[in-house]
Design a protein around this ligand. Structure first.
Ligand code: NAD
Length: 321
């Protein structure tokens, strides 16, 4: 076993968080501030509205710049780390903005890497399990190259992230930029938007209005759902480490969409049942990470079970309903 990753050197460091106003980016910002880092958040507020960062207003160790990373990274000071989470992430968001999604993953990531190179900073790329497409290998290991339809509607996201990984490795190999690539599997928790379009917000919204929960396809497709505090811990450890990866971060417990719908109804304590809808094109049938590398190299594994994570998410949706 390698020695455990220490987070001490994040204290007093400067971290530029791209996509800081989003669901995961705002939680990561909170965690980094809690560790004593100074954070500069950059976000174009395209899939967020700034409310996730409202509680940080007036702090000396946090500043926010509204900007689109496709045009560059408008930050003049020193930076020790860059956490690149900027990208639409929910299918309705990236299907609504296909070209911006591709440009964020390509030109935006190019800018982020050029910025990291200039500053001598380590860059963490938030990639995704979607690089595996609809996988033939189960569970997915990092050495599996994936099965992505390069011209399907979802390709704007999947291929943007595959390109983002490729250009990250090219900067690493060509210019020696210090990088770490996280392949994030489905993550949920407080601060997800009610109208985000992903399964958990959809299910909570339906359960609260006592309407049947929408199931796409027959509901037998699986996902592995990671609570956001666990994900943020994995990202923080990766940022603080010297691991290049890619490394899978996600929960290994697999649930079917029907089981998840039942669990949300039990959490909210209303049981309106489910309503079947057409499965979207190229929707993956099974998803579960092999997280051996994260366990061995980062000493990371998720700790929050689904029932506890859904209970915490319920509290959030109750406030925002
Ligand atoms: N949530 C998940 O389950 C999940 C799974 C896999 C990967 N990821 C990745 O993690 C990251 C964060 O996801 P999230 O769920 O927090 O999504 P999110 O939509 O809540 O946050 C993304 C943030 O990026 C910002 N953004 C988008 N394009 C930008 C641009 N061109 N310039 C500046 N800011 C821009 C948005 O305004 C938003 O605040 C994304 O890169 C996503 O691809 C998330």
């Amino acid at each position: 076993m390698p020695p455990p990753i220490t987070l001490d050197h994040l204290e007093g460091s400067t971290v530029v968080v791209l996509g800081a106003a989003g669901f995961i980016g705002s939680h990561l910002t909170d965690r980094l501030l809690g560790l004593g880092a100074n954070v500069a958040g950059i976000d174009n507020l395209s899939t967020s509205d700034g409310s996730n960062l409202a509680h940080l207003e007036g702090r000396d160790d946090f500043r926010f710049v509204e900007a689109d990373i496709i045009s560059g990274i408008p930050y003049e000071g020193d930076a020790d780390f860059v956490a690149h989470l900027a990208s639409p992430a929910s299918p309705p968001d990236y299907l609504r903005e296909p070209l911006l999604t591709l440009r964020t993953g390509s030109a935006g990531t190019d800018n982020a890497l050029g910025f990291a190179e200039t500053k001598g900073a380590r860059l963490l790329l938030a990639s995704t399990s979607e690089v595996y497409g609809d996988p033939e290998v189960h569970p997915q290991t990092e050495d599996y190259w994936g099965r992505v339809n390069p011209i399907g509607p979802r390709s704007v996201y999947d291929e943007a992230k595959r390109y983002a990984e490729a250009i990250t490795m090219a900067f690493h190999r060509t210019y020696g930029v210090d990088v770490g690539i996280a392949r994030i599997f489905n993550t949920y928790g407080p601060r997800m938007r009610v109208a985000d379009g992903r399964a958990i917000p959809n299910f909570f919204a339906a359960a609260y209005s006592d309407s049947p929960l929408p199931i796409y396809g027959d509901g037998s497709q699986t996902r592995s759902l990671c609570f956001v505090s666990d994900m943020v811990e994995g990202l923080t450890l990766l940022l603080a480490s010297d691991l290049v990866g890619p490394v899978n971060l996600g929960d290994t417990r697999e649930v079917t969409m029907l089981e998840l719908a039942q669990a949300v109804q039990d959490t909210v304590d209303t049981h309106p049942g489910v309503e079947y809808r057409t499965l979207p094109v190229d929707d993956p049938t099974r998803r579960r990470p092999d997280t051996s590398l994260a366990r061995e190299a980062l000493g990371w594994k998720p700790t929050v079970d689904l029932a506890s994570g859904l209970a915490a998410t319920k509290e959030w949706f109750e406030v925002t309903q």
